[in-house]
Design a protein around this ligand. Structure first.
Ligand code: NDP
Ligand code: 8X3
Length: 258
């Protein structure tokens, strides 16, 4: 357990699944108290119960659609007194929809990705960051992607949304220069979560092909990196971490063993 994180208040979006859930567990193990946000309330309630029981931490679960700015502002503005400050914001909620050429793309898919991955991240940051600046302390950790550094065919709008996250992280570091608020971007390659099932709208077989015959990263691998970023001495800001499975060399180069 790290003294850096014990009794810290950590707000995690997209805590109901995959990387966010793994990060919640990792922060709980470090003794942090957790604000767990996602749309699927029953999942975060269950996670909250189990982390409280196992690690003796405090939790508060929030049913939240990050695409709705009023909902975001309302949820952050009406937190119970015990949660009057947030030390770490993990902007993790995100998704992809479809894998098609732009000329064949579905506008509702583009909107969902941009509204969640870009605008949702902005709404949550806008709601939480002013108090960090006022306290002159805090850490924003954004879940970017290798897709925010390189493009792959048919990845067009998803990649654009993650390039936007990279730009927001970089811009935020400039805006916060001179304060003690840190900004990190953790940018993974292939991680086996519900991500591909969401991308292919429940087509489990197609989703499984994404990870077939490779050893993908797990949510826990990413959580370790997030914890590393959060536990550096306060004058150290890990700006960006790109992490891929050994079986991946770029978004377009994956080694499949069979
Ligand atoms: P999952 O599908 O397993 O988890 C996505 C999480 O985001 C869920 O908890 C979901 O919760 C939440 N979410 C989605 N839309 C919203 C919304 N509108 N409001 C609130 N929460 C929302 O995927 P991952 O864990 O893989 O994805 C987490 C992040 O990691 C994403 O930003 C993704 O882009 C990024 N990433 C993933 C990679 C991968 O290969 N898996 C690689 C690189 C980055 P709920 O549905 O309950 O609201
Ligand atoms: C998710 C990684 O390569 O599937 O951000 O787009 S990838």
């Amino acid at each position: 357990m790290s003294e850096h994180l014990k009794n810290r208040n950590v707000f995690i979006t997209g805590a109901s699944s995959g990387i966010g859930k793994a990060c919640a567990t990792a922060f709980a193990r470090e003794g942090s108290n957790l604000l767990l946000a996602a749309r699927r309330k029953e999942r975060i309630d269950e996670l909250a119960r189990s982390l409280e029981e196992t690690y003796g931490i405090m939790t508060h679960s929030i049913q939240l659609d990050v695409r709705n700015p009023d909902e975001v502002a309302g949820a952050v503005g009406s937190l119970p007194p015990a949660w009057d400050h947030i030390d770490i914001l993990l902007n993790n909620a995100g998704l992809s929809r479809g894998l098609t050429k732009l000329q064949d793309g579905e506008i509702r898919d583009w909107e969902e990705m941009i509204d969640t991955n870009v605008k949702g991240l902005l709404y949550v940051t806008r709601a939480i960051l002013p108090a960090m600046v006022k306290r002159n302390s805090g850490h924003v950790i954004n879940m970017g992607s290798i897709a925010g550094h390189e493009l792959y065919p048919n990845g067009n709008v998803y990649c654009a949304s993650k390039y936007a996250v990279a730009a927001i992280s970089q811009g935020l570091r400039m805006d916060l220069l001179g304060t003690n608020v840190r900004v990190s971007s953790v940018d993974p390659g292939l991680v086996e979560t519900e991500f591909s099932e969401v991308r292919f709208r429940g087509d489990a077989q197609r989703a499984a092909q994404t990870y077939a015959n490779i050893r993908p990263l797990k949510g826990e691998d990413i959580a370790e990196i997030v914890i590393f970023c959060a536990t550096r001495p306060l004058h150290v800001d890990i700006a960006q971490v790109i992490v891929m499975p050994l079986d991946q060399a770029s978004v377009n180069h994956v080694h499949r063993s069979a």
